[in-house]
Each structure stands twice: as C-alpha cells, then as structure tokens.
Write a protein that binds this ligand. Structure first.
Ligand code: GLY
Length: 299
C-alpha cells in the first residue's frame, strides 16, 4: 500500500509581549495578535513555509504601534528607537539576527536576510545597517518609528504600560517549524544594550525534531537560564508544548526569583503552549480545523 506523505496540522501562534498591558490597550493588543496570526495563517494555507509565516506575522506586529517592536518601540536612554530581532529555521537550524539597529521598520525581515545572505548569524548596530543598505532595504528616519505615547513615556520617565517583544512560531505542511522575535527592548536602556530576543537559546529556538519556542520578558532574566533552550529540552524529553512552557517558567521562577518572562511553544504535532509569570501575555493562535484565531490576554 502506498504511504501518504506526512501531513502536519498547520499551526501559527503569536504573542504581543509579557508584561502588564494597560486596560486601555487590552482590545487593541488582542486584535493586533489576531491580525498577525491571520497573516501567518494565510501564508501557511497558501502553501508557504513556516519561516515565511513567522516573518509575515511579526511584520504585522512591527507595524502595529501598540506593540514594542518596529514602529511603537520603546525609547532608549537617548530617546531613540533601537531594536533587536531574531529568526530561526527549524529545518536547517539556520539563524539570522540583528541587534541594536535603527532606521529599519521591519527588523525581522533584516534578520531573515542576515540568515540567508550574510554568511553570519548575528549582525549588530552600524554593521547591520550597512548590510541592510547593501541588500536594498529602505531606511526610514528613526523619528518615523517613534509614536507619541512612547515619546511621552520617555519624557515623563513612565513605565511602558504595554508589554515587551513580539514573537511568532509556525508549523507548515511539510513539518517544518520556525521561530521569530522582534523588540524595541526595554525602556530607557543604555544605547548598545542587547536583550535576549536576537539570541538563539535565550529568546528563541526552532528544531524540526522537537518544535519551536519564542520567549518574552526581561532579557537579562531570560538569558540567565537560557529560557528558550529549557523549553526545547523539555520537548526533547517528550513533554507536550504546554508542559514545556510551564516547566521553563517554573525553572525561571526558581532560579531567578524576581524573573519576569513568558513564552510560547509549538510542538511537532501542532500543539501550542503558553506560560508566563507576568500578569499578561497577549497571544493568538490558529490551528488547522479552526475557523479563525483564538486569542487571550493571559494563559
Ligand atoms: N525581551 C526583550 C528584551 O529584554 O530586550
């Protein structure tokens, strides 16, 4: 009897950042996550790769001023937008990331180009921007990515009020997984500070053998435990995506008692996991068979 080709349930999951989402932004954060999940879903449904789906989803979040990524990023100590992003292809274990970049509205696409065309995995600051220019990416004035709310937060030294970092994971029809992250980092950070988001093992990981992970929260906490890698280890030991997410957060809380983080996970069966030790983590996912995205402010 002929074996039918391996079919995996198409899956996309996105998040809009772990933190305290001000009630004023609850609806907008959920709608933004749903729009991003829908963009990624259409890529998958049209036969696109998991990699293309997570890039498409994160671009939607980068364009949405509600989120701390791309346009709408928080400002650093100099009052400027300075962003990190990372992407990983679970089929090849190839990685692309950019750190401390300015002047590009879609850091996730630049991260993907680093992966595909630079011969390196991470490019930072002026070198990354020079690479972007050489690849034909159009720079934008940094001011164009600063939204009034962020300017006011900076001037009044206010807490961000919305959460940090955006991320996406996908599983495509061929069984490939991918992970993507993008962030403006943390409020008032020192110029040049790099968080977890562009770091494989801390901010993200993807491996077709087990699944994919994207983390969010305070980068300095996440790096200390290698949060994404902890969840991958759990998947490798045979847990479900939800168990992997919960185990990783429990470990963070044990080892970094004031740790502030969250993560999303997808396994090779298309099951999703969501866990956080912040109050909120807006998410949306769309799995094969569903009529639309399922969103929530908290797990
Ligand atoms: N997780 C985002 C950052 O710490 O930069």
């Amino acid at each position: 009897m002929l074996q039918s080709p391996k079919q995996t349930p198409l899956t996309i999951i996105v998040h809009g950042g772990a933190g305290n989402v001000s009630p004023h932004y609850h609806t907008a954060a959920l709608q933004g996550c749903e729009a991003a999940a829908t963009a990624g879903w259409h890529v998958l449904q049209d036969g696109g790769s998991a990699l293309a789906a997570v890039e498409a989803a994160v671009r939607v979040l980068e364009d949405d001023p509600v989120f701390n990524a791309g346009t709408g990023s928080v400002l650093n100590a100099d009052g400027e937008v300075e962003m990190d992003a990372g992407i990983m292809d679970g089929a090849t274990l190839q990685i692309g990331a950019v750190a401390a970049i300015q002047h590009y509205a879609h850091p996730i696409s630049l991260a993907r180009r680093v992966m595909e065309a630079s011969g390196h995995h991470i490019l930072a600051a002026a070198g990354a921007e020079r690479f972007a220019q050489s690849q034909g990416f159009a720079p934008v004035p940094n001011q164009q990515m600063i939204v009034p709310r962020r300017q006011e937060q900076y001037e009044k030294r206010l807490a961000a009020g919305t959460a940090d970092t955006v991320g996406a994971l996908a599983l495509d029809a061929a069984g490939n997984v991918a992970a993507a992250n993008s962030t403006g980092g943390v409020n008032f950070k020192l110029p040049g500070r790099v968080g977890d988001s562009p770091l494989a093992g801390a901010g993200f990981y993807a491996d077709n053998a087990f699944g994919a992970v994207a983390t969010t929260g305070q980068g300095e906490h996440i790096m200390r435990v290698g949060l994404a890698w902890r969840a991958m280890q759990a998947l490798e030991q045979g847990t479900t995506a939800q168990q992997a997410a919960q185990q990783a957060i429990a470990l963070l809380q044990e080892r970094v008692p004031d740790g502030r983080a969250g993560l999303i996970v997808v396994d090779t069966a298309g099951r999703v996991g969501i866990a956080h030790c912040t109050r909120d983590l807006p998410t949306a996912y769309w799995r094969q068979g569903a009529a639309g995205p399922v969103s929530a402010l908290r797990a």
